[in-house]
Design a protein around this ligand. Structure first.
Ligand code: ADP
Length: 910
């Protein structure tokens, strides 16, 4: 202890120093004799435990030093030494902040140590917050005493408020009233009228049951009473000595603080035991760790949660407790906390809840939520960690499930929409945004009616609401509008979401965009209708075909029968033959149309490009059909003469076929007037036209007639000849030749068909090649050097006969076979043949097999295959089977002659 002693009287000083040194161990006293010296000691060293200052000094009053100490806020108590009878100074000293004063009497030194200790304790305790008011209930009978006390305290201890009462009854009323709590202390005089002070103490403690501190003021020499008062529960007493009022503040403060401390301590003990009780009985694990993360306490819940007893668990390191991933989480967390200043400065530091996975005794794991906070000592240093561990396995399982479910909804390819019971949107999934273009922000809180396109009727909406509000499911379709205004179809399933009480809380709409599906469905419907239409057309076609075939057949068979009548005149005979020929030609035309259309349909129609003289073609068609027109008294003209010779690289047969077909139709569907056909050159195309003044084609049929089997009026099939294939073939041919075909027509006025071909040649002289076929004709037939021995193979007798007749003029000998096998046999039987004409489709052995067999015997014999089908690939098949050439049935005599020349008179070819 370090004391500053200011004393000019050397005897007093010595006495004091010696006395104190003996009574207080470890004491060091710095002694000043004058104010000046005291000041310099204070400047040199501030850290005294106490100053003991004399008043009268050679260079002034000691109070000056007291005032300076207080002004400088030096943190130690001061005791003033005053002469006896100098209350005035004592009062001033206390007023100026002295802790105590001592009157210099004979034995004052011996009282000094106690006063010093008291002053130090008081000083520390009084360092309490003086802004805190101590409300005191003062029971005093004498008005003068009350007055004096109030004045004194107001002056020296303004933080003590005195509420005086003069009688016991009055006091009890106040203590029994509702605001008794405002009193922090009861101060009572020992002399009270009506009730003895001891009695009052007893009443307060035992009847009113107040623990409020009580100080008794006794008369001098009344220690006996004081002891009794203490026994009954008074906290302190004060003897009414001469200057007891000076002691009063410190007695009151001490008593009050002591009581408060005790109260706080009790509360602490109580709360600690409460916490302990809580910790021991909590379902959560409560634990403490030191700063090295060793457990210092762990509550019994650890047994139920993890299977370990608290004794076992307390020895574990947290690294063993947590799964590696969770441990890593914790170390990271601690790292961040340590780097935060809070730990160092000792601020309140609450670590947020973390989810950690822990091992159980049986090695399985549980998910826990751990909340921790730091524990600080009184110097605000973190000394440990307090934590609570809660088992959240179940919660986590549920939340994991929820996460899964919500992901599923988020990622669903179905539009999900949840509304409140008023129908206002609360949730939409990303697919909704993707389909409609509206973001969540744009639609939340809105009624989905903004998607309406007006397609769904109010009645249907009503029905929807009736269904879902009564808990049912509504299924239906909406034609909705996207944000960009485009429309889409959606299929919706709307139902209600109910809470556990069965009340509807939300509505859920699951929708899918079926625009594409609907489109496909519509296309399917169209395709189905088309298929049905085509079925209908096929039936009509078959009926038509039947008619088309039967008519000429009737003609052929009927007139053939008539021919055999013996009395038939020559003229009639010729007429019948003509009719038979016409019917045959019509049959053949029909058959070739059917073959063409099947070739087109199976993709087997090939084109053979060569240079074609267009004007020649025009003339050809004109010459071919002018008589037909003339027969109907229709004028027919063509414009080929208005152009110089034009050559196109195209397929001549197909061009002629198209042109012939169009002109034939024009003649067929025109009863009077004229037909004009020709071509014009337009940019890079040659545009052909066939114009008539016929019956015309109604607008609604104009595009249909290019379809197969379509006739303008299929109901009236007998009206004109035709199977409805001609234009379909013409269109396919034009397309194959890279052109277009269309028409312009007015019913009753006439029709003009147009078609184009690419203008892809320059004018030049026709090549020799182009004319070869045309030029070799009948006139060359007889030029074959020697007559031939021919084997004709065909299963059809009439065909065999016809072929025999055709080749008769070149034949030396003709042998016939009815099938492939017979042909092979006849070939073997006969020594030599010049030529074999071989049919393909025959019973027993087909033509290809027969050719193969014959080729085994003879490599040189000329074999020409003849087939009625004319399909692409027949030629190749025949050649690869071993035949030299190929010809289509019915055999065109010119073509046959050409082939014979090729093999038997080579010089005539080329
Ligand atoms: P068809 O063998 O029936 O003539 P097409 O395919 O050549 O078959 O023609 C289809 C239909 O188009 C005809 O049945 C006829 O109704 C109509 N048609 C074709 N050409 C003309 C035309 N020049 N004038 C009026 N109708 C025509």
């Amino acid at each position: 202890m370090k004391i500053l002693l200011l004393e000019d009287n050397s005897t007093d000083a010595d006495l004091t120093i010696i006395g104190l040194s003996q009574l207080i161990p470890d004491i060091s006293i710095e002694h000043a004799v004058t104010l000046r010296q005291a000041r310099s000691l204070l400047t040199a060293n501030h850290s005294f435990d106490i100053a003991v200052l004399d008043v009268n000094l050679p260079d002034g009053n000691g109070l000056e030093i007291l005032i300076e100490i207080r002004q400088q806020d030096l943190n130690f108590p001061v005791i003033m030494l005053t002469g006896s009878g100098d209350e005035e100074t004592a009062v001033t000293a206390l007023k100026s902040g002295a802790e105590d004063y001592i009157v210099k009497r004979d034995d004052y030194v011996s009282n000094l140590p106690e006063s010093i200790n008291q002053a130090i304790t008081n000083f520390k305790e009084n360092a309490f917050n003086k802004s805190e008011v101590i409300q005191v209930l003062y029971i005093e009978h004498h008005a003068a005493d009350i007055d004096f006390t109030i004045r004194h305290l107001a002056q020296y201890a303004p933080y003590i408020h005195i509420d005086p009462v003069t009688t016991v009854d009055e006091a009890l009323i106040k203590l029994n009233s509702e605001n008794f709590k405002k009193y922090k202390l009861v101060l009572m005089d020992y002399r009270l009228p009506g009730m003895d002070a001891l009695e009052l103490i007893k009443t307060i403690r035992q009847k009113v049951k107040l623990k409020i501190p009580i100080i008794l003021v006794t008369g001098q020499g009344n220690e006996e009473l004081a002891v009794q008062a203490l026994k009954l529960g008074a906290n302190d007493y004060l003897t009414k000595s001469e200057n007891y009022l000076f002691k009063l503040p410190s007695v009151i403060v001490n008593c009050y603080q002591h009581y408060e401390l005790k109260k706080r301590h009790l509360a602490q003990v109580e709360s600690e035991s409460k916490y302990r009780l809580l910790a021991d009985n909590s379902g959560d694990i409560i634990f403490t760790l030191d700063m090295d993360l060793n457990y210092t306490y762990i509550s019994p819940a650890v047994k139920t949660m993890r299977g370990f007893t608290p004794e076992e668990a307390i020895t574990h390191k947290i690294k063993e407790v947590l799964t590696p991933a969770s441990y890593l989480k914790v170390t990271k967390l601690i790292g961040t906390i340590q780097s935060e200043k809070s730990l160092i400065t000792g601020q309140e530091c609450l670590i947020n809840a973390v989810e950690l996975e822990m091992y159980k005794k049986d090695k399985s794991t549980i998910w826990t939520e751990v909340k921790t906070s730091l524990i600080f000592d009184e110097n605000k240093n973190a000394v440990g960690i307090l934590g609570v561990t809660r088992d959240i396995s179940e919660r986590k399982a549920i939340s994991d499930k929820l996460i899964q479910l919500s992901r599923a909804v988020e990622q669903s390819p179905t539009l999900v929409e949840i509304t409140d019971i008023k129908g206002n949107i609360e949730y939409i999934n990303p697919k909704f945004t993707e389909t409609t273009g509206y973001s969540f922000k744009e639609v939340v809180g809105k009624n989905p009616r903004f998607l309406k396109s007006g397609y769904t009727t109010d009645k249907e909406y009503k029905n929807l609401w009736n269904t879902i509000t009564s808990g049912g499911e509504w299924r239906g379709e909406f034609h909705n509008k996207r944000k960009d205004g485009t429309l889409y179809w959606e299929e919706a399933l709307i139902s209600s979401i109910k809470n556990s009480e069965g009340e509807i809380t939300h509505y859920l709409a699951l929708k899918s965009d079926i625009t594409e599906k609907k489109k496909i469905l519509n296309e399917l419907i169209v395709a189905k209708e088309k298929a049905e239409e085509s079925d209908r057309l096929k039936s009509a076609f078959l009926a038509n075909m039947s008619h088309e075939i039967r008519t000429p057949m009737n003609g052929i068979l009927g007139f053939s029968a008539l021919l055999s009548e013996p009395e038939l005149g020559k003229e009639e005979q010729q007429e019948y033959i003509k009719l038979i020929q016409v019917s045959g030609a019509r049959m053949l035309n029909l058959i070739s149309e059917i073959i063409d259309i099947s070739k087109i349909e199976s993709g087997m129609m090939e084109i053979s490009l060569q240079e074609v003289n267009i004007n020649e073609g025009m003339d050809f068609v004109f010459n071919l059909l002018k008589l037909d027109a003339k027969e109907k008294s229709i004028d027919i003209t063509h414009n080929s003469n208005s152009f110089p010779d034009l050559y196109l690289i195209t397929d001549s047969e197909k061009l002629y076929a198209v042109l012939t077909n169009l002109v034939k139709n024009a003649i067929k569907y025109t009863d009077k007037g004229s037909i004009e056909f020709g071509y014009n050159i337009k940019n890079s195309t040659v545009e052909f036209f066939v114009k008539d003044t016929g019956i015309g084609i109604p607008l609604d049929r104009q595009s249909a007639i290019f379809e197969r089997f379509i006739q303008v009026d299929i109901a009236n099939i007998a009206a004109r000849h035709g199977a409805g294939l001609g234009l379909a073939i013409a269109k396919a041919f034009v397309k194959l030749l890279d052109g277009d075909i269309w028409l312009e027509s007015q019913e009753g006025m006439g029709t003009t068909f147009y078609f184009t071909l690419p203008f892809n040649t320059k004018n030049k002289e026709p090549s020799l090649q182009t004319n070869t076929i045309k030029k070799i004709g009948k006139e060359n037939a007889t030029h074959i050097n020697s007559k031939l021995k021919i084997l004709i193979t065909d299963d059809d007798t009439i065909s065999r006969k016809l072929i025999s007749k055709s080749v008769n003029e070149f034949a030396r000998e003709i042998i016939e076979a009815k099938n492939g096998l017979e042909a092979v046999e006849k070939f073997k039987e006969n020594s030599y043949f010049d030529l074999i004409l071989m049919d393909v489709q025959m019973p027993i052995m087909n033509g290809y097999d027969a050719i193969t067999e014959i080729r085994k015997l003879d490599k040189n014999i000329i074999i020409i295959t003849q087939s009625a089908f004319g399909l692409t690939g027949d030629r190749e098949k025949a050649i690869s089977a071993g035949s030299n050439d190929y010809i289509t049935k019915p055999i065109d005599k010119n073509e046959l002659v050409l082939l014979l020349n090729k093999y038997f008179n080579p010089s005539k070819v080329n």
